[in-house]
Ligand binder design. Structure first.
Ligand SMILES: *[C@@H]1O[C@H](CO)[C@@H](O)[C@H](O)[C@H]1NC(C)=O
Ligand SMILES: *[C@@H]1O[C@H](CO)[C@@H](O)[C@H](O)[C@H]1NC(C)=O
Length: 593
């Protein structure tokens, strides 16, 4: 493995040193592409021979491809927060824990959010005089004010402009959904129907007997019907029942959360899904056109709604791939990335723009559409997927860096790296001041990501050992130790997969949860240990617990964990706090419409 790498480097070095230009007058632009729920096995450049992703593949041949790139969490909100801040999301409570089941921010009108004292890549680059923009999905809290007149969301975290999705796409956004729901086989709807009948009969009798004046009767009828309507509405749309995820019916969910914002105001509701990918790409093109000749560099964060559920595509892209609707979505995302990269080239920005591509977590194995078609990603031979922070398939994602003339091209790096490395690495590659110099309030924020610029440029593995913690919600399920010759992975929790699979059942809102007897077995008293250099897919037997190797490594990692918990205090979980995640009608963007 090592020698192959060295050879590749030799070749790349020649190409690279010939291409070095004189120093640039301004720091490089930064363009970050983030895919949603894309599996590492979904791309041509990561070995998928039947999917068509020419643009991402080209990015990989022109840049550095990371094969051991790790998300800090297996769900959107925490993983994105970690990528933008360089810090584990448990540090600031953007994770869930038992017993509340909201692994991500669910409503635009809730309080849960990336705390304002966290420093993102957006704030850092804005402090370095970059023009910053987010186009696409945010999902880190909207900070709406009274009646949602302003929902600044990303504008509070260093992005000077925003066009996109405040929370995330939910399967429920594919409407229409019934508003009038009467389930007369359920006791509470029966009770409601009986109450209504009794009320109507009473009114009729009272009217017939002329005991009360008509106006009194009429007011009584209006008030009781209104109250009964409210109770019905709660039963049908916002209380716990089979059709309600996170206490909202599909109709309600779409009504409350399917919208596009420009900066801090709603501009479209509900989202017109088909063609959204093309509109976002067009928006990014326009951003590039507008800032191509600026004196200041720019940071554009293009955050794809694809390939999260629901599936959607422009009519001309539907049915094009060999892999059903999911494949169409992957290929449409690739096309959009191509459109933005073409614009970079067209405006002469290619050589002075650092491009990064990744996915927030692994493919969602359980996801199926209403008709039973699979609509989740493919994590190659890695086990598990989205939702499982300790399983490789949940966190091992694509990662590509390209910066012509500054980073080698066509190089593959197998050294473990993290999405959290983005912030320190960008600052270093762009030769900017350190984070606390740019943003003094960041001085007390310990980063979990490291600067991997030397690794990207020279293939030089960082000195010493590196440890990665793999959280699932607030719990650590696995820990990885990278030494010069080994990549050990120690599991302290195990998922209870459905037999013959590495997933937990089927359903677009289904995933293995991070706690609970039904989902996880605690094996911290006898952890399982693998060496991923010898067994990258964890297919063989774990290392024998009686060996010296096991005893040495497990003991040292257990010590590490003990010290970690002693030293690092996690903030209270926001996503396990009903008051933080619940829908607050008075924060609803542009309430009531
Ligand atoms: C390629 O990706 C598709 C879509 O996720 C998947 O169904 C297929 O199994 C993958 N093929 C290979 C060879 O990895
Ligand atoms: C940003 O611009 C200000 C004002 O022009 C300047 O003082 C500051 O040094 C710049 N910061 C960086 C990091 O270039």
């Amino acid at each position: 493995m090592k020698s192959k790498l060295t050879m590749l480097y030799g070749a790349a070095w020649v190409v690279w040193t010939c291409g070095v230009a004189d120093s640039y007058p301004r720091p490089p632009n930064v363009l970050v592409f983030l895919a949603d729920d894309l599996g590492i096995g979904d791309l041509g450049c990561y070995g998928n021979s039947t999917i068509n992703t020419p643009n991402i593949d080209r990015l990989a041949t022109e840049g550095v491809k990371l094969t051991h790139h790790l998300a800090a969490a297996p769900f959107c909100t925490p993983s994105r927060a970690a990528m933008l801040t360089g810090r584990y999301p448990a540090r600031y409570g953007l994770v869930y824990k038992a017993p509340v089941l909201a692994p991500v921010i669910v409503h635009a009108a809730s309080r849960a959010a990336l705390p304002l004292d966290e420093v993102t890549l957006g704030s850092a680059l804005a402090a370095a005089n970059y023009t910053t923009a987010l186009i696409g999905k945010w999902h880190l809290g909207m900070y709406c004010d009274w009646m949602g007149r302003s929902c600044p969301g990303p504008l509070k975290h260093g992005f000077q402009s925003f066009f996109g999705i405040p929370v995330t796409l939910f399967q429920e956004f594919r409407g229409p959904h019934p508003f009038w729901i009467f389930k007369l086989d359920e006791p509470r709807f029966q009770g409601l129907a009986v109450t209504w009948l009794v009320t109507v009969l009473t009114l009729l009798v009272a009217w017939k007997k002329r005991t009360v004046r008509f106006s009194v009767l009429f007011s009584f009828a209006v008030i009781t019907n209104f109250l009964l309507f409210l109770v019905w509405f709660v039963f049908a749309h916002i209380s716990e029942n089979d059709d309600c995820v996170w206490h909202m019916s599909p109709w309600m969910h779409r009504f409350l959360n399917s919208m596009l914002l420009r900066d801090d105001v709603v501009v479209e509701k509900p989202i017109q899904l088909d063609g959204l990918s093309q509109r976002l790409a067009q928006e990014s093109r326009e951003f590039l056109a507008a800032h191509a000749n600026d004196d200041r560099p720019f940071f554009l964060f293009h955050s794809f709604p694809h390939v999260h559920t629901p599936m959607f595509s422009a009519p001309y892209r539907a049915g094009v791939s060999k892999h059903g609707r999911y494949g169409d979505n992957v290929e449409e995302m690739d096309e959009s990335l191509g459109v933005v990269l073409d614009a970079l080239k067209e405006y002469g920005l290619e050589d002075n723009t650092l491009v990064y591509f990744t996915s927030d977590q692994g493919g969602h194995l359980e996801a199926i559409d209403h008709d039973g078609q699979r609509i989740g990603g493919h994590n190659g031979r890695f086990k598990g997927g989205k939702g499982q922070g300790g399983s490789e398939g949940g966190i091992r994602v694509p990662g590509i860096f390209r910066w012509p003339g500054h980073l080698p091209s066509g190089v593959t790096i197998d050294t473990p790296t993290s999405l959290m490395d983005l912030l320190p690495t960008v600052l270093s590659l762009a030769n900017l001041p350190s984070l606390p110099q740019l943003v003094p309030s960041a001085a007390d924020k310990e980063l979990d990501g490291v600067d991997i610029s030397e690794l990207l440029i020279h293939g030089k593995q960082p000195e010493g050992h590196r440890v990665f913690l793999h959280h699932c919600a607030q719990y650590i399920h696995a820990i990885r130790l990278v030494t010069e010759l080994h990549v050990y992975k120690m599991h302290v929790a195990k998922y209870k997969w459905s037999p013959g699979s590495t997933q937990c059942g089927w359903g677009y809102n289904t995933a293995c949860l991070c706690f609970g007897e039904e989902f996880v077995t605690d094996i911290s008293s006898e952890p399982e240990l693998y060496d991923l250099v010898k067994d990258p897919f964890e297919e063989g037997q774990p290392i024998d617990p009686s060996t010296q190797e096991y005893i040495r490594v497990v003991r040292s990692l257990q010590n590490y964990l003990k010290q970690w918990h002693h030293r690092v205090r996690y903030a209270p979980s926001q996503l396990a706090n009903v008051a933080e995640i619940m829908w607050r009608p008075w924060l609803q963007p542009q309430f009531p419409f």
